[in-house]
Design a protein around this ligand. Structure first.
Ligand SMILES: [Fe+2]
Length: 470
């Protein structure tokens, strides 16, 4: 349920904070002593109070002017979310209906601003947390992270999350690349392996998820869909695949299960998703385009390359200027050379780097074959996540290990982006229309590598998949 009602609230939120009080004389709010008792606005506490919520708030579908705060309560009640710029919570919105599953939409936000919020629910008040709304086209910078195959609730997932929480890696948004909750994507597993271990992060960093094959073990990923509040900007109105913009980047989230035979046709089809994806990419004029999904188009890991994803969507990525493709499924890290079709891009041909970041926590699997010629870097010994910084015409992606080391760095550059005050958007549009050259700084042709191994037969869940210690 999504409630989009906004209530202004000098009567509720701000009053509780003292911001709407009318003191008889101007108080000395610079004095720390008993400031709130004299009508001064005070910052909400950072500490949670009252009974612990069974699920702490998590941010969903954060856009330029709206955001969803989802959470669960132990018993039925009618919660309120107070929010505002910085630490001043001048607005509040009611959940609208009494219940235990809540998803409250905050509206009236401004692009690229930082908002604080607290949840008042069933006698609990969460500590103040902050998030940033999506930036608009005038912004040239974006910082996001991505990881897949993490939902174990195990020690390595927690170690990866500890590093991701470090200030230098704290991003504006997180992309998940599937297998969010092993082994079967049930309601209980989503809680134990996703929402509980990731609660501190998801309270401040919006998660844009894609489903893996393990989510499809249970009811065609219905528990996953029930717990996510993702964009639904496709004709099917489905959260399984969607797109959104954040600053200079257009993100395309695909559900590869719909393409590899794991989804039943009444849930999603390759044809419908492909038709929507093409229209979506055509419509986007953002400078950068990043696609992400679970089954890898290029992989030399245990599962190997998923040829349906490569051959159905690769031509669209090439035709409409996708710059970077992020996937998971194989429990390792791998970055291809710039690829085109079924081979490395030849000289003068636009190539796309395909990354597997299936290293978020599930047990790593060693490579069983020599490194292919098309692989730039691969590593099946390091857990970690991808950190991506977009700054104008430069995109820098780093694979950060659970030991907080930079294992791999990829730098992509657009040909020209003229940064002239007042005309930045025009410059960006022009840059988008010109086709970039070969990526990753390579200008010399390289010998084409062999076509990588074909798909291994796909199953919904890998019965042999070992889980790390809980
Ligand atoms: Fe998988």
């Amino acid at each position: 349920m999504r409630i989009r009602r906004r209530v202004s609230t000098c009567l509720v939120g701000a009053w509780l904070l003292g911001a709407c009080a009318s003191p008889a004389s101007t108080p000395d709010c610079n004095s720390p002593a008993s400031a709130d008792s004299r009508g001064c606005a005070v910052s909400p506490s950072l500490t949670d109070s009252g009974p612990a919520l069974p699920r702490w708030p998590y941010l969903q579908s954060v856009h330029q002017t709206s955001a969803i705060v989802a959470f669960r309560t132990e018993s039925d009640c009618l919660p309120t979310v107070r929010y505002g710029e910085g630490n001043t919570l001048t607005s509040s919105v009611s959940a609208g209906l009494s219940g235990t599953h809540h998803a409250v939409t905050l509206t009236g936000l401004s692009a690229g601003h930082t908002y604080g919020y607290v949840v008042d629910a069933c006698g609990s008040t969460t500590g103040l947390r902050s998030f940033q709304t999506a930036t608009g086209t005038s912004s040239l910078q974006t910082h996001f992270t991505a990881m897949g195959d993490f939902g174990t609730g195990g020690a390595m997932q927690k170690k990866v999350l500890e590093v991701m929480a470090m200030p230098q890696w704290r991003s504006e948004l997180l992309l998940t690349l599937g297998d969010n909750a092993y082994p079967s994507g049930t309601e209980a597993e989503l809680q134990a392996h996703l929402f509980t271990p990731m609660a501190p992060l998801l309270r401040e960093v919006p998660m844009f998820a894609t489903p893996g094959n393990h989510e499809y073990v249970t009811a065609q990923a219905q528990p996953y869909l029930d717990n996510m509040y993702l964009p639904t900007n496709n004709p099917q109105g489905s959260e399984r695949y969607y797109s959104f913009d954040w600053g200079p980047v257009h993100f395309l989230a695909l559900d590869s299960n719909c393409a590899v035979g794991l989804a039943s046709p009444d849930r999603c089809t390759l044809a419908a998703q492909k038709a929507w994806a093409e229209a979506d990419l055509i419509a986007s004029s953002r400078l950068w385009k990043v696609a992400f999904f679970h089954h890898p188009s290029w992989s030399s890991g245990v599962h190997g390359s998923q040829l349906t994803m490569r051959r159905q969507f690769g031509p669209l990525f090439e035709k409409y200027g996708v710059d970077l493709v992020l996937t998971g499924h194989d429990h390792d890290y791998e970055r291809s050379k710039p690829m085109h079709g079924d081979a490395e891009a030849s000289y003068g041909q636009r190539g796309i780097p395909y990354l597997v970041v299936g290293s978020g926590g599930a047990t790593l699997r060693p490579f069983s074959s020599p490194q292919p010629a098309w692989t730039e870097v691969r590593d099946a010994a390091a857990y970690g996540f991808l950190d991506v910084l977009v700054d104008g015409s430069t995109l820098t992606a780093r694979f950060i290990t659970s030991n907080n080391t930079v294992r791999d760095t990829l730098i992509l550059k657009k040909p020209v982006v003229a940064v002239v005050p007042g005309v930045q958007e025009a410059a960006l549009d022009a840059g988008t229309e010109s086709r970039p050259g070969p990526m990753d700084g390579r200008v010399a042709p390289e010998l084409q590598g062999p076509v990588p191994p074909a798909d291994t037969p796909e199953s919904v869940a890998d019965p042999e998949e070992p889980l790390p210690p809980r």
